[in-house]
Write a protein that binds this ligand. Structure first.
Ligand code: ACO
Length: 331
């Protein structure tokens, strides 16, 4: 059975840097509050004219160049996002058009912050089954156009950033390398703890002036509940993945966690007993870019030479749904 290997990684973030100081001009907040509670110092926001598909294409170009492949080598696209360019169709087809590869399937994954890990599990299943050999997996978000940047929305608005990360996955016959296993979970009992309620097709009409007035089209969350579940589920699923492969936490060379909040990452790191060198954190620069955080952090780690052939890489995510998951990869 073929194994899924990472042939190339890449990312793209918009040029526009938004510092915490910049946010103080929009809402009642402070650099000290944001840094202390989240670890975020700045994030990137798109400027008018930039789309998710365009950012995804730039990240994909970088990943394809890293892999030494061309768009025409791709058999399929899997794209994870919670902020599609349009309600329908999904951003995957717009990316496919940008890449100029009509005909290949484009699958959008809706698993919020866990989107990249869910997407990896889907791509890995296709590759193991022998259906496709080369898959482009992308996580991309434009959060900045969908948040309430007034004081009313400050608990959410300070967290999020925009960006895209990509990986080119290829089939390999080398049994010693590649994705070892993926482990996915969800618990819909907590769906409303972190969600975007509107625009909503179950409501007639889908959105109204009254809804817009109340701000229910913006993301909302119970921050403390999200925190509590994130710091429990992430170490748990890492342990589950290790146990499934007869491995131990000490075997992990690099953990790339979803970048939700520095305090969450630090607590996950502490609970697993990992050192700073074993855990990737770039939230201070980019904020929480939802489905894009893991592929951006992974591409950065690769570019910085933090992964060598044979290393054990663990990806772990937790997000709205709640959804969570982990993947173990022999690099
Ligand atoms: N600036 C200044 N003050 C703020 C801000 C802000 N941006 N946001 C909230 N506050 C205020 C609140 O209004 C509140 O004021 P009050 O005491 O007068 O009522 C005070 O700060 C404390 O608010 P809390 O919500 O209790 O703050 P908390 O310590 O819980 O921190 C935070 C909030 C950072 C969101 C925290 O709950 C958290 O880390 N949650 C995890 C959720 C998370 O990171 N989600 C990311 C997206 S989900 C994901 O990716 C998994």
């Amino acid at each position: 059975m073929p194994r899924t290997t990472f042939a190339g990684t890449g990312y793209y973030v918009p040029e526009r840097v938004v510092t915490n100081e910049d946010l103080t001009r929009l809402m009642d907040t402070s650099d000290a509050w944001i840094v202390e509670r989240t670890g975020i110092r700045e994030r990137r926001w798109v400027s008018e004219g930039m789309s998710g598909a365009e950012m995804a294409r730039r990240a994909a170009d970088a990943a394809l160049a890293d892999a030494g492949l061309a768009p025409s080598d791709l058999d399929a696209i899997v794209l994870a996002t919670v902020s599609p360019d349009h309600f329908a169709p999904g951003t995957g087809v717009f990316l496919q058009r940008e890449l100029g590869v009509p005909g290949i399937p484009a699958i959008d994954v809706r698993a919020q912050c866990s989107g990249f890990v869910y997407g990896l599990a889907i791509a890995d299943a296709f590759i193991r089954a022998g259906q496709y050999r080369t898959i482009l997996l992308v996580g991309v978000e434009i959060q900045s156009t969908g948040i309430d940047v007034s004081t009313r929305g400050r608990d959410m608005a300070v967290l999020f950033g925009d960006g895209a990360g990509a990986a080119v996955l290829t089939a390999s016959e080398d049994a010693a390398r590649g994705v070892l296993s993926t482990h996915l979970h969800a618990d819909g009992r907590f769906a409303e703890m972190l969600w975007v309620e509107f625009e909503s097709s179950k409501h007639h009409p889908r959105i109204s002036a009254e809804v817009i007035e109340s701000g229910r089209q913006y993301p909302s969350m119970d921050g403390k509940e999200v925190f509590k579940h994130a710091v429990a589920r992430m170490p748990e699923v890492v342990e589950e993945a290790l146990a499934a492969n007869g491995l131990h936490v000490r075997d992990i060379d690099l953990l790339v966690p979803h970048q939700a909040n520095l305090r969450i990452t630090q607590m996950v790191q502490r609970r697993l007993g990992l050192s700073d060198a074993q855990v990737v954190s770039n939230i201070h620069k980019f904020g929480n870019t939802t489905a894009a955080t893991i592929p951006i952090a992974l591409a950065e780690a690769v570019a910085e030479g933090r992964l060598r052939e044979g290393n054990l890489l663990c990806l772990v995510a937790f997000g709205s749904g709640f959804t969570w998951g982990a993947a173990l990869v022999r690099w």
